[in-house]
Design a protein around this ligand. Structure first.
Ligand SMILES: C[S@@+](CC[C@H](N)C(=O)[O-])C[C@H]1O[C@@H](n2cnc3c(N)ncnc32)[C@H](O)[C@@H]1O
Length: 229
């Protein structure tokens, strides 16, 4: 009997995973520019992205998640939310937000933290300026955006950061080489401008880089201070 239940539990998990991947793939096709990936981030990448939350004995933190999609980073994050923390989840795509809220309702860590979790359905660059955050976990697909959008996002992030705010974000390894060699000239040029802004303008203060190979496409996870160097 118990092995049957176990089997059903496993089957339910696989069905949930397939459903989640289908939601993601659908948004990738409908909203390529903002979705930016065809599958959710792996659990290893998610764990690396949430490193600032896992620090032992850390004080209560005001935390912001940008671009939760179907929640592959949100769920591990909620396991790390502690008394006194606040978590704001910002998502531009209403269909992702709806799917996320449905998923969170079934999650024990969300239910434990429900009063500490807030939702902002809109663009990161439109987040209210009246709060500052200590930790920002960002999954926005910067290489899909034009330079003005990336600048608008970082301008707003600087306004809602303190000099101690830590932000993590990721980038696919090899994307720059791939685009330089194979992308149409206008796309390659746009991406080059975005990369120059992110990496060379000195607008962002880089602290660390971690490589995660166990993801559909391997990624670099960067830890930065959104405030200028
Ligand atoms: C690459 S997906 C990441 C999804 C999920 N966090 C993961 O890692 O699997 C990018 C997410 O950012 C959201 N997004 C894109 N542009 C945004 C913006 N300007 N403000 C807020 N969310 C945005 C997309 O709708 C999508 O959910």
């Amino acid at each position: 009997m118990s092995s049957l239940l176990g089997e059903h539990g496993y089957r339910d998990k696989v069905v949930d995973m397939i459903k989640e991947n289908l939601v993601f793939l659908r948004e990738f096709l409908l909203e390529f520019k903002t979705t930016g990936a065809c599958f959710p981030t792996s659990r290893w990448a998610a764990q690396a992205l949430i490193t600032p939350l896992t620090e032992p004995n850390r004080p209560p933190r005001n935390i912001l998640e940008l671009g939760p999609g179907t929640g592959s980073v949100t769920l591990p994050m909620l396991r790390e939310v502690r008394d006194g923390d606040k978590l704001t989840i910002c998502e531009i795509n209403p269909r992702f937000m709806k799917a996320l809220k449905e998923k969170l309702n079934g999650d024990p860590h969300y239910r434990r933290n429900r009063e500490r979790v807030f939702f902002f359905e809109g663009a990161a660059q439109d987040l209210p300026r009246d709060t500052t955050y200590d930790i920002i976990v960002c999954a926005l697909p910067f290489v899909n955006f034009d330079l003005e959008t990336v600048k608008a996002i970082f301008d707003r992030l600087r306004e809602i950061s303190t000099p101690d705010t830590l932000m993590t974000y990721y980038e696919y390894i090899g994307m720059r080489t791939f685009n330089g060699a194979l992308a149409p000239a206008d796309r390659a040029e746009r991406i080059q401008k975005v990369n120059d802004y992110l990496k060379q303008s000195g607008s962002i203060n880089y602290l660390a880089r971690e490589r995660v190979w166990l993801n559909l496409l391997p990624i670099n996870i960067y830890t930065v201070k959104p405030t200028a160097a």
